[in-house]
Design a protein around this ligand. Structure first.
Ligand code: NAD
Length: 513
């Protein structure tokens, strides 16, 4: 795969390219009324402007998606599947460019972005099998000479609202399943990372997806409100912060839509005294600081049990001392910048807060500035020791390269800490004791669990989703759960009476006998 070692230069003033909505398989011909700047966080330069859509744009996308719906719903499954195979091939061919655009807009390293593309593509590959995934059920003899047929049909026009931190993978966890079921789709992505989003739309067109089946409306709250209020949208999957997810879930369901929102997290990793300490130290640093901590499955609390703390900490500090922070396209860089200047400020405020709360700041990332890119949104990694459950830095999601170490005396104390947290997205246990790991799987109140695996993101063909404040949803996303979410089920009861078999008229409720 070709990599580039330079970051995009700033365009001349007033010449930044404008990205706008994608409706009916083309970019909007008219320039957008309102736009916002897109930054390269590695340099701090404005590299593009993106449309800020509103109700008019959403209703044009809904109209296109509504028009496309009947034909897409009725498209033979094998023909639908062939479009997915073609799209998968195009994603594979364009994986380096997709990754480059992720790194450019988000800041994560190019190798990390490359894996993001592959982890998203897994769900596209799952959707290629749609003819068998959408098979219904036939139940003969539910009564005398009566059979039942169960099948699922698409809902209509559905939407995905997605965050900045996985501009390819998270949309790819939503739209393949929505569209394979026969729905038409509107994506409202984050405005911070539009480059790779736009390329996905172009690849769908090249793959032969009919006009109006996949649409993008860019924007912020106004576009989201329009999606929540538009009666032409039947269902929404949201991925983002807890505050916005709760609002989307409450408003969307009040408006009669099916809504699932997958939201914020504060994931804890428990390290037992018998763990392989080198493995646990690698996991601590990789899962805490990878992608600058901007992953909903980042492990941001490390719970050390018994005497683990004193053996683990020197190994973690040794690894931290060797981390290289810099532009995500530069070879050898472990961690890129924070995605925005505002978010960088917010992470710094969290570090200030942790100090005020009395946690020990063992590593302070605040003073870090990149010598070549002084305007880039860089921050070094930070490590707090002696974090306790009463602190806000324990309770709240920081979404940056800030780790907190918490001490527990026993396994039970560690388990109670994990189970007492308001977030429940992912967790992990590090141990060489199979019995302890088994107990943890059964006793922990978190749906995604790693055993000696720090970021337990299930494979793209399995389900994904949290609980408590990490999800406002009845089902998980992806896999069978998403097929259920994006379809409605029908039950047909069928009798083909033989001539003369009709009994006397009866008003009794029919018995299945
Ligand atoms: P965000 O909530 O700010 O934005 C998510 C989406 O909502 C974006 O499309 C954004 O434009 C829109 N939005 C933002 N503010 C809004 C508002 N006031 N009203 C309506 N819409 C609004 O989230 P983010 O900062 O882009 O992403 C980071 C968050 O996403 C973190 O909390 C992270 O944990 C979470 N996340 C969760 C998962 C998961 O699967 N649970 C996965 C990835 C990220």
């Amino acid at each position: 795969m070709e990599t580039r070692t330079i970051t995009d230069p700033a365009p001349q003033a007033g010449t930044a390219p404008i990205l706008t909505h994608w409706i009916d398989n083309r970019t909007d011909p008219a320039p957008p009324v309102r736009t916002q700047d897109v930054f390269n966080p590695a340099t701090g330069n404005v590299i593009a402007r993106v449309a800020r859509g509103g109700a008019d744009d959403v209703s044009r996308a809904v109209a296109a998606a509504r028009t496309a719906f009947p034909a897409w719903r009725d498209t033979p499954l094998i023909a639908r599947s062939q479009v997915f195979f073609a799209y998968r091939e195009l994603v594979w061919q364009n994986r380096a460019e997709l990754a480059r655009l992720i790194t450019r807009d988000h800041g994560k390293t190019f190798p990390d972005a490359s894996v993001e593309v592959l982890r998203g593509m897994e769900t596209v590959e799952y959707a290629c099998g749609l003819p068998s995934l959408l098979a219904g059920m036939n139940t003969p003899n539910v009564s005398t000479k009566v059979d039942a047929v169960t099948f699922r049909q698409p809902l209509g026009v559905v939407a995905g609202i997605t965050p900045f931190n996985f501009p390819v993978m998270v949309p790819m966890w939503i739209y393949p399943i929505a569209m394979m079921c026969g729905n038409t789709f509107i994506l409202k992505p984050s405005s911070h990372t539009p480059g790779a989003t736009q390329l996905q739309a172009e690849l769908w067109k090249q793959a032969g997806l009919p006009d109006g089946v996949f649409n993008i409306v860019y924007g912020g709250r106004e576009a989201v409100d329009a999606i929540l209020n538009d009666p032409g949208i039947d269902a929404i999957q949201f991925v983002g912060s807890t505050a916005v997810g709760r609002y989307v879930h409450e408003t969307g369901t009040k408006n009669g839509k099916r809504v699932a929102a997958y939201t914020g997290a504060k994931n804890a990793m428990v390290v037992l005294p018998d763990a392989d300490m080198d493995l646990a130290a690698d996991a601590t640093v990789a899962a805490g600081y990878g992608s600058a901590g901007e992953r909903c499955m980042a492990q941001t609390l490390i719970i050390t049990v018994g005497d683990t703390h004193d053996r683990l900490m020197p190994l973690v500090l040794d690894r931290i001392a060797r981390l290289k922070v810099g532009p995500g396209m530069d070879p050898g860089v472990d961690m890129g910048p924070i995605y925005s200047a505002d978010h960088r400020r917010s992470v710094i405020e969290w570090i200030d807060r942790g100090e005020q709360e009395g946690a020990s700041l063992v590593v302070d990332g605040r003073p870090f500035h990149h010598p070549e890119y002084p305007d880039g949104f860089y921050l070094g990694v930070s490590l707090f020791d002696d974090v306790t459950p009463d602190m806000a830095i324990y309770q709240e999601e920081i979404f940056g390269p800030v780790l907190g170490v918490v001490r527990a005396r026993t396994y039970d104390e560690a388990l109670a800490l994990v189970n007492g947290h308001k977030y429940a997205n992912g967790t992990a246990i590090f141990t060489t004791d199979g019995g302890a790991a088994r107990r943890f799987q059964l006793e922990v109140d978190v749906p995604m669990i790693g055993v000696n695996v720090p970021i337990p993101v299930p494979a793209g063909y399995l389900s994904f989703g949290g609980a408590k404040q990490s999800a406002f949803a009845d089902l998980q996303m992806r896999g069978e759960d998403s097929i259920r979410f994006f379809t409605k089920q029908k039950e047909v009861t069928i009798r083909w009476p033989e001539p003369g078999s009709q009994g006397p008229l009866s008003l009794v409720f029919p018995a299945n006998s």
